[in-house]
Design a protein around this ligand. Structure first.
Ligand code: ZN
Length: 483
C-alpha cells in the first residue's frame, strides 16, 4: 500500500544489515522448504452472488457499471449497505468518484441513500444504503440491481486512476461493495484522510465480470478469464472473468503488454505492463513474481487462487492488493522484491483470511509485513523494545485512531511494530512451530472475516505470539478475550 512501504523497507534494510553483520539464524528461511497442503476452509454456501459489468469510456477516464447481487443475510436486516471506496478522501481528491445512479431491490425501484462516512464534501459519500420495503428475516435472499458511474482520477496514487500519458487505467473496489459480515451485520467504518485500506467484505461468488473496452486495449481482471466477445458497439470488445470466491475485484484497461506464464506452484500469472515501458523489464517482473510465489507458498502454504493478475498502474507509488490481483507502481528494481513479497502475502492475509481493514488494519498488515521481513529481511533480531514509544502498544488501533497521529506513525505503529511482534514471537517459539501455527490459522480462517479473538484463538498454543501481540496492544490483556 501506498507510501507505507518505504518505512517498512527502511526497517528491512536494517534487518538485512544486522544479518550481514553476522547474526544468524534460527530465524532464517531454511525452514521454509515445506509447502504442506493444509485442508482448505470452504466458502460459505450462503455467500452473495455478484455479477458485475463495466463499460469503459474511450478516453479511459470513466466507466459506467451494472451490478446484480443476491445477498442472503444471516441476521435480520432492513437495508443493504455498500461501500463506495473511490469516494474516500485520498481517492476523491484526485478526481475519482463512484455514484450509484439507479437501484432496484427485488425488482422495485428504490432511492439510494448515501452516507458521507468520512468522504469529503462534494463527494457522493463512502456508503450507499438501499432501504428494503420491509425488513427480512435471517436467511432471506434479497436481490439488488444497481447502475453506477465511476470516474478515475488522473495519475492518481490510489487504487482507482487513469494515466493519460501511458493510456492505462486501473480500478480496484471500483463498484458498490457489499459491507456485510456474517454474524456481525453491515460494517460502516468511516474512511480516513490518510492512505490505507479500509474495506470490509465477505467472499462472494463472482458469477460474471464483464469489462467492455475499446478493442485495441488489453484488459486485466480477477479470478479466471472466460474469453472475449464483440462488445455492444463497433470497435469494442467485452472481456469476461469469473471466480468462485473473491471479496473484491480489480480491473486494468489500456495499452498494456500482456505476459502470461505458468509460474511457481502452478499459478497462472497474467502480467500487464504499459506498452510505453517500465523501469523494470517485464521479464524481470515475471522472474521476481515467480520467485516471490515460491517463497510465499513455502512459508504460508498453498496460494489461494489459480490465477494471479498483476497490472502496473503508473500513478501508484508502490502496491495495492486484491484477491487474485495486484496493482503496482512503476517501481525500481531495488524496491521490487520486498514489495512483491509484501503484496503477495496479502493473498493469504486480507484476500484468503479477510479482516475489517478499517477497524483492525493490523490483522492483515502485521502478517504481510512479517512475511516480508521473514523472507526478504531474514527475520532480524529486533524485539518490541525497539518500537518507538510514540506508537508502542498501539498495534490494535483502528484507521480512524491513526488518522490523528498521521500516516508515518500508522506505518511504524502497524507495519513495523506488527512485523517485529510476530518476528520476536517466531524467534522465541521456534520457526517451525510458529510457521505451522500461521499456516493453520490461514487454513482454519480462509473465506471468513476474522476478528481479534479469532487470531488469539488460532495462536492459543503459541503463547509467545499471544505475549508479543498483547504487549504490542493488538490483543486484550486476557488471552482469547474479545473486544
Ligand atoms: Zn500491506
Amino acid at each position: 500500500m501506498t507510501e507505507a512501504h518505504r518505512a517498512v523497507l527502511a526497517a528491512l534494510l536494517v534487518a538485512v544489515l544486522v544479518l550481514l553483520a553476522g547474526c544468524s539464524s534460527t530465524n532464517g528461511i531454511g525452514s521454509l522448504a515445506f509447502a504442506d497442503p493444509e485442508p482448505a476452509a470452504v466458502p460459505s454456501e450462503q455467500r452473495p452472488v455478484v455479477s458485475l459489468a463495466f463499460d469503459v469510456a474511450p478516453d479511459l477516464r470513466s466507466a459506467t457499471g451494472r451490478e446484480d447481487v443476491v445477498v442472503t443475510p444471516d441476521l435480520p436486516t432492513c437495508e443493504l449497505v455498500f461501500r463506495a471506496t473511490p469516494n474516500k478522501p485520498t481517492a476523491a481528491r484526485t478526481g475519482s468518484s463512484l455514484e450509484v445512479t439507479s437501484a432496484r431491490v427485488d425488482g422495485a425501484p428504490v432511492a439510494p441513500r448515501t452516507e458521507a462516512a468520512g468522504a469529503p464534501a462534494g463527494s457522493p459519500g463512502a456508503l450507499v444504503v438501499l432501504p428494503l420495503s420491509r425488513c427480512v428475516a435471517a436467511g432471506t435472499p434479497v436481490r439488488a440491481e444497481l447502475a453506477f458511474s465511476l470516474r478515475l482520477g488522473v495519475d492518481a496514487d490510489e487504487r482507482v486512476g487513469v494515466s493519460p500519458s501511458t493510456t492505462t487505467a486501473w480500478f480496484g473496489s471500483g463498484f458498490p461493495l457489499l459491507t456485510w459480515v456474517r454474524g456481525e451485520g453491515w460494517t460502516r467504518d468511516p474512511e480516513v484522510t490518510i492512505y490505507g485500506e479500509s474495506t470490509t467484505s465477505e467472499d462472494f461468488r463472482l458469477a460474471a465480470l464483464d469489462v467492455t473496452a475499446p478493442s485495441d486495449l488489453a484488459v486485466a481482471g480477477a479470478g479466471v478469464a472466460g474469453g472475449a466477445s464483440p462488445g455492444p458497439r463497433p470497435g469494442t470488445t467485452t472481456h469476461r472473468f469469473a471466480a468462485d470466491a473473491l471479496r473484491d475485484v480489480a480491473v486494468a484497461v489500456g495499452r498494456y503488454r500482456m505476459t502470461e506464464r505458468t509460474v511457481a506452484a502452478g499459478v497462472r500469472l497474467h502480467l500487464f505492463t504499459p506498452v510505453s515501458g517500465t523501469r523494470v523489464a517485464p521479464d524481470v517482473w515475471v522472474d521476481e513474481l515467480d520467485r516471490g510465489l515460491r517463497d510465499t507458498t513455502g512459508l504460508l502454504g498453498a496460494y489461494p487462487y489459480r490465477d494471479l493478475w498483476v497490472a502496473v498502474a503508473p500513478g501508484q507509488s508502490d502496491g495495492t492488493e486484491f484477491p487474485s490481483a495486484l496493482q503496482f507502481g512503476d517501481v525500481s528494481f531495488g524496491t521490487l522484491r520486498p514489495l512483491i513479497i509484501h503484496e503477495l502475502a496479502h493473498q493469504w492475509f486480507y484476500a484468503a483470511v479477510g479482516n475489517n481493514q478499517g477497524r483492525d488494519p493490523w490483522i492483515d498488515e502485521a502478517f504481510a509485513a512479517w512475511t516480508e521481513k521473514t523472507i526478504v529481511g531474514r527475520g532480524g533480531d529486533d524485539t518490541l523494545a525497539s518500537v518507538p514509544p510514540s506508537v508502542a502498544g498501539r498495534l490494535g488501533w483502528s484507521m480512524p485512531q491513526w488518522s490523528g497521529p498521521g500516516f508515518d506513525r500508522y506505518v511504524t505503529g502497524v507495519y513495523t511494530q506488527g512485523a517485529v511482534a510476530l518476528t520476536e514471537a517466531r524467534r522465541r517459539a521456534g520457526p517451525d512451530r510458529f510457521d505451522a501455527a500461521v499456516r493453520a490459522y490461514v487454513a482454519a480462517n480462509a473465506h471468513r472475516v476474522v476478528r481479534v479473538d479469532d487470531v488469539a484463538r488460532a495462536f492459543a498454543d503459541v503463547p509467545e505470539a499471544l505475549d508479543t501481540l498483547r504487549r504490542a496492544g493488538a490483543l486484550p490483556p486476557a488471552a482469547g478475550g474479545s473486544r
